[in-house]
Design a binder for this molecule. Structure first.
Ligand SMILES: Cc1cc2nc3c(=O)[nH]c(=O)nc-3n(C[C@H](O)[C@H](O)[C@H](O)COP(=O)(O)O)c2cc1C
Length: 68
């Protein structure tokens, strides 16, 4: 186990960001297989500023699974 700030991560398996792969469904799947920490791909700040739908969709986080 390790900690980032006050967040405890249950193990040291960290899934790297992968463009076009690490979407919400992928992140949930690898967590179910035991990953301690997952992350999404890098997201363009310009895409967010321009409210690009594809970019905004990439920010989706399944709240039910946030801490499991
Ligand atoms: C298909 C694929 C997509 C990737 N996309 C990104 C990305 O969007 N941003 C990023 O910082 N790294 C990206 N990477 C790099 C990975 O995050 C990671 O740094 C790399 O695979 C090396 O990890 P390893 O030393 O555990 O093999 C990507 C890697 C792969 C294989």
């Amino acid at each position: 186990m390790f900690q980032i700030g006050d967040v405890e991560i249950k193990n040291r398996v960290v899934v790297a960001p992968m463009a076009g792969i690490s979407n919400s469904a992928f992140r949930l799947t690898v967590k179910e297989f035991g990953a301690g920490l997952v992350c999404c791909e890098m997201i363009s700040d310009k895409g967010i500023a321009y409210r690009n739908k594809k970019t905004i969709d990439m920010l989706y986080i399944d709240e039910k699974r946030k801490t499991t």
